[in-house]
Design a binder for this molecule. Sequence first.
Ligand code: NAP
Length: 205
Amino acid sequence: MNVVIVGATSGIGRELWKAYATGNNKIFVWGRRLPLLEQMKQERKEHTHIFPVDITKTEDASLCIQKIRQECNSIDLVIMCAGIGNLNDSLDYDVELATINTNVVAWTYIVDSFYKILEDQSEGHLVTITSVGGLTSSPLAPAYAATKAYQIYLTSRDYDVLKILFLAGNIVVRLILRQVLGSPPPKSYRKMPWLTMRRKYSPSR
Ligand SMILES: NC(=O)c1ccc[n+]([C@@H]2O[C@H](COP(=O)([O-])OP(=O)(O)OC[C@H]3O[C@@H](n4cnc5c(N)ncnc54)[C@H](OP(=O)(O)O)[C@@H]3O)[C@@H](O)[C@H]2O)c1
């Protein structure tokens, strides 16, 4: 199986890489932190193809997509995991802009580009990792919540489009709203209430 994981150097993406980098699978892992990508290559050489790239640089991202197309006949699974989130109740515009550039602008380019490739192939899985943070607005991290809502909306829309247009094909689009129950949130999310209000999601805790 040929699998693309965009945002694989840490967190969820890295765990997915570990799970998929076995058997005959070829995994194309993306991220900005080259040393981490090199470490992954070292650990699972025959399964891992590294793509050091900042997805907000569209031309670089486009080159990576072209390279992957040249390297494999078809792509079975694309997991769009890359994302950023910061607390920003002071509405620092630079923080909001960086979040929008990553979670909306770059995200749309990657998701739409791979969607078209799967459409050409008439098969494949496209998975987006969004967040329950997108189900409600947040005064503490306004752009994060809004960009995650955008991702949920766009993926859901694509799913409906797919159901209509590709009923006879074999493309599946999945939306994952990550719930963090049972696992400690990463440092950058620690103060985000929707990720830490466990009682709301799990009354027994
Ligand atoms: N962990 C949670 O509890 C949680 C909860 C809800 C939703 N999520 C969502 O799940 C996804 C993954 O989160 P995570 O917790 O695994 O976070 P993470 O450990 O910070 O991983 C984010 C990944 O995205 C990549 N990335 C970010 N900006 C990028 C850019 N401009 N270009 C290329 N790659 C970029 C990072 O790679 P580099 O830094 O190497 O570029 C990293 O591999 C995010 O979309 C997040 O919103 C996570």
